[in-house]
Structures are given as structure tokens and as C-alpha cells.
Write a protein of this length. Structure first.
Lengths: 257, 292
């Protein structure tokens, strides 16, 4: 049923720390691996080694450059490079769910995960049109819509050791930039992180009320803020100011021409 | 948005077909016998042909029956329900006219309302999209309904009505274009809100997540040159509205009327191509492809 549940007892989602992400794309690869080998249709590739390769991914890492505004403390702030992982935000007002004509797209009443029932999907693509984040991709091989399942086949999977019962992107991240938990529990890791670091929504004006939160990058250290001490300077020779010998003659001769 | 030929053909032809069905059901013309058969055949070929074309872009058309279940929430599902009920009701009404020389007026009115409903639900599929600011306006249903009614009147051979409705549709078309050109920048969605990095400064897309293309880029990030678009707008306006009105003013019976219909279809197809090609989906912001 494509009506959204009024509220869910649990609100599972991710916190993504833009301060910590190093842009290694390990989450992209582990997501592709897990979701190709487990629940649902595999994430296919088209011409992976040929011309114009393309493929289905549920998680992608963009990179942005942002130029902080100058302040009196930092008159010439350096530009910051921000790596920006993006996957389904499991929105509370998920527009992708209500547009689905078949009921294949749904938001789980128990934990708020947005899923696609692939055997009901007609592959019309309307849910991807409705998503402002580009979180849904039509698989070119299967003709059905693929999206992040929050690794629903891991997080409740009692065959896995407890440490592995988190989404594979979270488990894989070597920088600890991705966190998984219940946003309805005010004491959960994701709730406290969001509160402490000022976690924000992407495109709040779209009215989707995303569950996933992003933590802002911290301001970078600035070299001109502290008095500079160049510890190498005493050990370096003073560079030559005036050319000598043959070079000096060449310099003089060329200056006259 | 990718201007998929199947969807352009569908919305153009079905709009025309259901427009004619509306006027048939409303009783503007009540052709009986062979004349009735001709009118209903044209309307059904256009409406059903368009609907069939729309299934070509589905990944799994064999599951299409499931699309009738979610009419409570989904405009696409409502469109399917409206289309099937309009076609069934109008078939009964048409059978009365063609075979029994009988006009069951209430049935016709119901069919007319449902035919109008098909175009309205189609337009709401687009107008509901907050992700595509150019479409999200009451002008979208107004435009598509005006085009459908004008095209229907044109096919019904009601010249004065067709000229009036084509003029109204042309005005809606121009208003829709003018409003649409600033829609993305007015929507408040830009790379700052998309990334949440706005409070730090102005973000710039530095490196995309992938070197090749993908579904998102193919489907949503179709960039059409502004000069190219302006030329096509003029072509759409002239072929879709101006030329048909001029041809209808000439004496010439079926020949000029036929030319007017063909010109109208070509112009509306061009307009519909632009409807998709110019539509900026906000996901393009993430790829640095939009300059709002």
C-alpha cells in the first residue's frame, strides 16, 4: 500500500559525517557487493569493461569544493573539499512511495525503511522522478527500481555476528563517517550525534522530512591564524639572489639584446 | 528530463483522442451510423494508441494490471483507472449512437467527464512533482486540458470553437513557458540546500561520483541549449496553434481541416518534447548541471 504510515515506532536511518568522510568510495563498493549478492535483483552493469560503461549503484560519493566566507579571524580561508556520500534518506514524507501506481514502493510501518517489492514493480520510473536526491536507480537489466534497503537483510539477520548487523556501508567505512541507528530513541548514537554536531536535512524545502542526517564539516585549521614558525627554515640555505659565473654572463648578455 | 518518445507520443495522441471523446460525450456532435463510427474510430485509435505507446517505457509491462490498485495515493494509478473507465463508458455510448441511432445523454456526460479526467490525471502526474519546479504549477493541468479540448474541437470539426480554444491554449502555452523559465531559481532549491553546505559558503561540484554516465544522468539531466529551445518554442507555437487557426479560417473543407490537424499534432509534439527536455530535475544540482 503506497499510503505512508502516520508514524513508525522505530525510525532507522544513517548519520553521515561530512567532516570525517575521506572520499574513499569503500561504502560504494561494499554496497554494490552486498546488494548484488543478497536480497533482490542484482545491481547490474552495462558494458563494464567496454565503451560507455554504466551500472546501478545505491550509494554514490560526490565531492564538492566550498569556499568559506572571509572573517576578521581568517581573512583568506582556504577552500574546503567535502566528500559527500549520498544514498536513500528513508524520508518520513517519502514522495517516492505515494506516487507508485502498483504499491511496490512502500515505507515499513515498523521501522520506517523505504523498500521496493520488486515483484510488483512495473518499472515506470515515477518514484525516481519524485525523489529529489537521486536515490533510486532503475536497473537496466532487470527493469525494476533499485534503492537502498538500509541492508534490511543484515540488520535483522541473526546468522551474522552482532557486530555485522549494521548496513554494509556503515560496517565498511574505514573513517567511521557513517553511523546507523534509531532516531526515535533520543539516547541512540545517531540521535546524540545529530544533536551534538548540528545534524541537518538535505533540501529541507522539498518537504520530504528525511530521516538520514548529515553532520557539517568543521572549519579547517588556518595557517595564518596562528603565528608561523617555520621549523625547517634555519636548516635551509638561503637561495641565491644573484646569478654567478656563466649564468651571470648569459643573463647580462641576454639583457642587452 | 529525458524526452522519451513513448511518453511524448502518448501524451500528444491520447490528449487529442480524449479531447474528441469529451466533445462526443458532451453532445457537441452526435454523429450516428457510419459517420459516428468514423468519429469514434479516430478517437479510439488516438486514445488507445497513445496508451499503448506509454507502456513501451515500462520495465515490466506484463504487470501493468497492478497499476490500477493505488488510486488512493497515486496520480498514475488514477490516470489508468480514469482511462479504462472512460474508454468503456464511451464505447457503450458510441455503440448506442452507431448501431441504435440512440443518444444516451447521461452516459455521454459521464464519459465526457471521465475523458476530461484522464487528461487532468495525466497532467497531475507532472504537476505534483516538487522535484521539477517547471512542472509544479496549476498552469500544467490548465495547459494540458486546454490543448486536449482545443484538439478535440478541431477533430470534431467545430471551427469557431476550435479557433477560440486554440487561442486560449496558445495563451496558456506562453504563460507556462514564461513562468517555467524562472521556476527553478524561485523554488529555493539549489546546490547550497542540496548539500547543506550553504552556511559555510558557496559550494561547487568538484568531482562527480562516477566517470561514466548512469540512470540519473540519462533520465533527469537532459540539458537543452537555450537558443535551440527558443527556436523550438516558435515552431511549436506556429505549428500547434497559429497555423491551424489560419487554416481553419480558409475555405477548403476537409483538406484544410486535415492540414490543420496534422500541423496541430506536429506543433503539440514539439511542445511536448520541450515539456520534458527543458524540465530541470533538482537531482541535476548534485551533478553541478543546473545553474539556478
Amino acid at each position: 500500500m503506497t499510503a505512508l504510515p502516520p508514524a513508525t515506532p522505530r525510525k532507522l536511518g544513517l548519520v553521515i559525517d561530512l567532516d570525517t568522510c575521506v572520499g574513499c568510495h569503500a561504502c560504494v563498493i561494499s554496497c554494490k557487493g552486498w546488494n548484488t549478492e543478497n536480497y533482490g535483483a542484482p545491481l547490474s552493469d552495462q558494458r563494464p569493461y567496454g565503451e560507455d560503461p554504466s551500472g546501478t549503484f545505491l550509494n554514490r560519493v560526490h565531492s564538492y569544493e566550498v569556499q568559506p566566507l572571509a572573517t576578521s579571524a581568517a581573512p583568506h580561508p582556504a577552500a574546503q573539499l567535502v566528500h559527500f556520500p549520498k544514498s536513500c534518506l528513508h524520508c518520513e514524507d517519502a514522495p517516492c512511495v505515494t506516487v507508485c501506481p502498483t504499491g511496490a514502493s512502500y515505507k515499513r510501518a515498523e521501522d520506517g525503511i523505504v523498500l521496493v517489492n520488486e515483484s510488483d514493480c512495473i518499472g515506470c520510473g515515477l518514484c525516481a522522478w519524485a525523489c529529489p536526491y537521486g536515490a533510486r536507480e532503475m536497473d537496466a537489466e532487470e527493469g525494476v527500481m533499485k534503492k537502498c534497503t538500509l541492508c534490511v537483510d543484515r540488520i535483522y539477520n541473526e546468522n551474522l555476528p552482532e557486530i555485522d548487523r549494521v548496513p554494509t556501508c556503515v560496517r565498511t567505512c574505514p573513517a567511521g563517517a557513517r553511523h546507523f541507528g534509531d532516531f526515535n530513541d533520543p539516547d541512540s548514537g545517531v540521535s546524540t550525534l545529530t544533536a551534538a554536531r548540528g545534524g541537518f536535512d538535505l533540501m529541507p524545502e522539498q518537504g520530504t522530512r528525511p530521516v538520514n542526517k548529515y553532520l557539517p564539516p568543521r572549519p579547517r585549521d588556518t595557517l595564518d591564524a596562528a603565528p608561523q614558525t617555520d621549523i625547517l627554515a634555519p636548516f635551509l640555505d638561503t637561495p641565491l639572489d644573484e646569478p654567478q659565473g656563466f649564468v651571470a654572463w648569459l643573463d647580462r648578455a641576454l639583457s642587452k639584446v | 528530463m529525458h524526452p522519451a518518445p513513448s511518453v511524448i507520443v502518448f501524451t500528444t495522441l491520447s490528449g487529442l483522442g480524449f479531447g474528441l471523446l469529451f466533445w462526443l460525450g458532451a453532445g457537441l456532435i452526435t454523429p450516428t451510423g457510419w459517420a459516428g463510427f468514423a468519429f469514434f474510430a479516430i478517437a479510439y485509435i488516438l486514445a488507445v494508441g497513445g496508451l499503448l505507446a506509454s507502456t513501451f517505457h515500462l520495465g515490466h509491462p506484463e504487470r501493468a494490471l497492478k497499476a490500477f490498485t493505488q488510486w488512493r495515493t497515486s496520480w498514475l494509478s488514477r490516470e489508468g483507472c480514469a482511462a479504462v473507465s472512460a474508454l468503456v463508458i464511451m464505447a457503450l455510448y458510441g455503440a448506442g449512437l452507431i448501431f441504435l441511432d440512440a443518444r444516451w445523454a447521461p452516459l455521454g456526460w459521464l464519459g465526457a467527464a471521465l475523458s476530461l479526467g484522464v487528461t487532468f490525471t495525466t497532467s497531475m502526474i507532472y504537476a505534483q512533482m516538487r522535484t521539477i519546479p517547471r512542472w509544479r504549477t496549476w498552469l500544467t493541468p490548465a495547459l494540458l486540458l486546454a490543448i486536449s479540448l482545443a484538439g478535440g474541437a478541431l477533430l470534431a470539426g467545430r471551427i469557431t470553437l476550435a479557433i477560440a480554444l486554440l487561442t486560449i491554449a496558445a495563451l496558456f502555452q506562453i504563460a507556462w513557458w514564461v513562468r517555467g523559465d524562472g521556476a527553478l531559481s524561485r523554488s529555493g532549491t539549489d546546490l547550497k540546500t542540496a548539500t547543506g553546505l550553504g552556511p559555510i559558503g558557496a559550494p561547487r561540484a568538484f568531482e562527480p561520483p562516477h566517470t561514466g554516465t548512469n540512470y540519473l544522468l540519462r533520465e533527469f539531466v537532459h540539458v537543452v541549449g537555450r537558443r535551440h529551445a527558443q527556436k523550438l518554442r516558435i515552431i511549436a507555437l506556429v505549428l500547434g496553434y497559429v497555423l491551424p487557426v489560419m487554416l481553419l479560417g480558409l475555405p477548403g473543407g476537409h483538406l484544410t481541416a486535415g492540414l490543420a490537424v496534422l500541423s496541430h499534432i506536429a506543433g503539440i509534439a514539439a511542445s511536448r518534447w520541450l515539456f520534458f527536455a527543458e524540465a530541470e530535475h533538482v537531482v541535476g544540482l548534485y551533478y553541478g548541471k543546473r545553474h539556478a
